[in-house]
Design a protein around this ligand. Structure first.
Ligand SMILES: Nc1ncnc2c1ncn2[C@@H]1O[C@H](COP(=O)(O)OP(=O)(O)OP(=O)(O)O)[C@@H](O)[C@H]1O
Ligand SMILES: [Mg+2]
Length: 219
């Protein structure tokens, strides 16, 4: 799926300006970059939550997108009901709750869940149905390590089985290296480096990318 070139300006400050980007079906593309580099803004533009400068669409018409925001706000319903809102059906909802070990929370009101529990519920919701592009904005940031590994497996299986493109925003470099086939590095709202994950996340070409990776123990 090809995203259109797009930009976003807030209060006269352009926080994002990107060229067209090709997101391959059936592959996970990691998006990495410092705080404020524009990752979530890109996700929100793709999800249609905010419009790009000049209006218009960033994705092809009728692209089926599912989006897990960096911070999820559940509805004042049970956890199960929140997941069922996706329209994926009971069986799939139960299977995902089981897989993410939140079955015991099914009847609990979702507004009372912990941060990590809320993230598991939000992940179950987006994985409930197939789509063309799955956007995950730091899906495991508030999960414990066991939960994060379970979530990674579910995301990989979903990607393989549905053949959708996955855009995975993460600050967990090890996670990006484990999961991604491709990677984008955003720097000050620009697409600074892109390509196969083996290059961008292990042997980047540009000094800014190398410097970013140094804080994780180097390329
Ligand atoms: N609604 C808004 N109004 C004004 N500025 C905004 C708005 N949304 C985002 N920004 C600014 O745009 C820049 C990019 O923000 P964005 O949330 O995309 O960063 P990010 O890469 O996701 O960072 P993080 O790693 O902290 O999640 C930041 O400087 C932010 O302050
Ligand atoms: Mg963000």
């Amino acid at each position: 799926m090809r995203t259109e070139a797009c930009a976003k300006t807030f209060g006269g400050r352009t926080v994002l300006s990107l060229p067209a980007i090709e997101l391959a079906p059936g592959r996970i593309c990691a998006v990495v970059g410092a705080n404020g580099s524009g990752k979530s803004t890109f996700a929100r533009l793709l999800a249609g939550v905010i419009p790009p400068d000049g209006g218009g669409a960033v994705l092809p018409p009728r692209a089926e997108v599912r989006y897990m925001p960096q911070k999820s706000y559940p509805f004042r319903l049970s956890t199960r009901a929140n997941i069922l809102l996706s329209g994926g059906g009971e069986e799939r909802a139960e299977a995902l709750m089981e897989a993410l070990q939140i079955g015991r929370l099914a009847r609990r009101r979702a507004t009372g869940l912990s941060g990590g529990e809320t993230a598991k519920m939000a992940l179950a919701r987006v994985l409930s149905r197939p789509c063309g592009l799955l956007i995950l904005d730091e899906p495991t940031a508030s999960m414990d390590m066991e939960a994060a590994i379970l979530a990674e497996g579910l995301i990989e299986t979903y990607c393989k089985e549905t053949g959708c493109a996955v855009l995975l925003i993460t600050h967990d470099l090890q996670q990006a290296r484990r999961m991604a086939g491709d990677a984008l590095f955003l720097y000050q709202g620009r697409l600074w480096e892109q390509g196969p994950a083996e290059r961008v996340l292990f042997a980047p070409e540009r000094p800014e990318t190398r410097r970013f990776l140094e804080f994780y123990g180097g390329a």
